[in-house]
Structure formats: C-alpha cells, structure tokens
Design a protein around this ligand. Structure first.
Ligand SMILES: [Zn+2]
Length: 232
C-alpha cells in the first residue's frame, strides 16, 4: 500500500512537472516569437535639403531629391526587417535654423543632435556623387579613418555594391566627411553613384537600379549585424 501510494505520488509529481514544463515552454516560445529578431537603431541621413540642393545631374537630377528617395526606400526595407529607423529628414527641407548665419553648420549640428538622441548602432548617410570627368561612375562607401567598426560596415556594403551594382571600388575608403566623423557612432557614407555621368544618372533614376543599390546597402548592413542567414 505504502509502495503503491508512493508510486501514485511520484506519478502525480511527474505529471505536474511535465505540465508546468509544457506551460513554461509555450510561454517562452510565444515570448520569443513576439520579440523582433533584433532591435538595433539605425539613423538614415538623406544628404542636403532645403536651400542646399547638393549636386545637380547632367539631365537635371537634384541630389537632395534623389537622396531622400533612396533614404525612404532604405527606411522602408530596414523597418520591414525589424530595425528601429530614425531619419534625419523626411521632406525636402534642410535642418538648419532659418536665422542662422552659417546655415551649413546649423544643418550639420541639427543632424548630429538627431544622431546623439537616437544613440544608434549605425548611421548611414546617403549621397550622390559628382565629378567633372563625366566617365566617373559607380557607388562608393566611406568611413572615418581609424574606426574599425565603420570600416568593417563600409567594406561589407561596398562588397555588396560591387556584386550587385558593378561598382568599381574594391573597398570602402577613409574620408573626412562630416557625417562620418561628427560622432563616435559607427557611421558609413554611401555615394550611390555619379549623377554627373548621364548614363549613371539615368540608371540612378530608374526603379530597378534603385532597388539594386538599396538591396546592396541593406545586405551589407545585415551582414554587419550578423543577421544575413536568418533574415534575407
Ligand atoms: Zn552630397
């Protein structure tokens, strides 16, 4: 009798443990499923804006306009992938104070304030290139010299641009641009192509090529965050 009672108790305890374990496992998996894969914050900076139009293409493309178009496309994609995206601008306006004497400096300071408030894992600044020699072409990436995280990310994005968009550059390049050196956050500036090259200007204005560039940039970002295999 004592033996059989103990046996019943043991069976009851085992069943209880099984039920509790099953409940915990369910709760845990639901919790995991509801959580985003990652929650990195990325600041996307569309270069120029307002009275600062940036470069103008041979066929009239205004850099600030196409920069914003690309920035919004990248924002859409990165948001879909689960990143927390902060934009430095979402419309045509610059970020400078209208009363500021040095509007460029005012604009840059405003961008820096947005970056510092966001405390991001990555800053991506998007621009279009221009050069007197019309044959110059291809996308290139830039980082602050001596910053290994930015260099790694720039190289991963550059490699993807080389693969998907036939960019001629092999690696990211160190540069003195404000947007890659204004903060100590990991920052990469992408010159998506040359609007001074009429053929590339037409390409950059086409939806198909824009998609390729955006794909290359977010592929590089995914690789940088080690999420490529699970998310693309
Ligand atoms: Zn620019």
């Amino acid at each position: 009798m004592i033996f059989s009672l103990n046996k019943k108790v043991i069976i009851c305890v085992l069943i209880s443990i099984f039920i509790i374990s099953a409940c915990c496992a369910t709760c845990f998996s639901v919790k995991l499923a509801k959580s985003p894969n990652f929650s990195y914050t990325i600041v996307i900076d569309a270069g120029h804006g307002g009275r600062d139009g940036g470069s103008v293409g041979k066929n009239g493309t205004i850099e600030k306009v196409i920069n914003l178009k690309y920035a919004k496309a990248l924002e859409k994609k990165l948001t879909e992938l689960g990143y927390n995206v902060i934009m430095t601008r979402t419309n045509d306006n610059g970020l400078y104070d209208e009363n500021a004497k040095n509007k460029k400096l005012s604009d840059m300071n405003a961008r820096l304030k947005i970056i510092e408030k966001a405390n991001p894992a990555l800053v991506i600044s998007l621009h279009m290139n221009s050069f007197p020699n019309q044959s110059a072409h291809g996308a290139s990436t830039y980082y602050r010299e001596g910053d290994s995280a930015s260099e790694t990310c720039a190289n991963l994005i550059q490699r993807a641009l080389n693969n998907y968009c036939d960019a001629p550059s092999i690696k990211g390049k160190p540069a003195d641009y404000y947007m890659v050196k204004c903060s100590y956050y990991t920052s990469v500036l992408v010159e998506c192509g040359f609007i001074s090259n009429p053929e590339e200007e037409a390409l950059l204005n086409s939806d198909a090529y824009q998609e390729k560039i955006i794909y290359a940039i977010y592929s590089g970002i995914q690789l940088y965050f080690g999420q490529f295999a699970s998310s693309i």
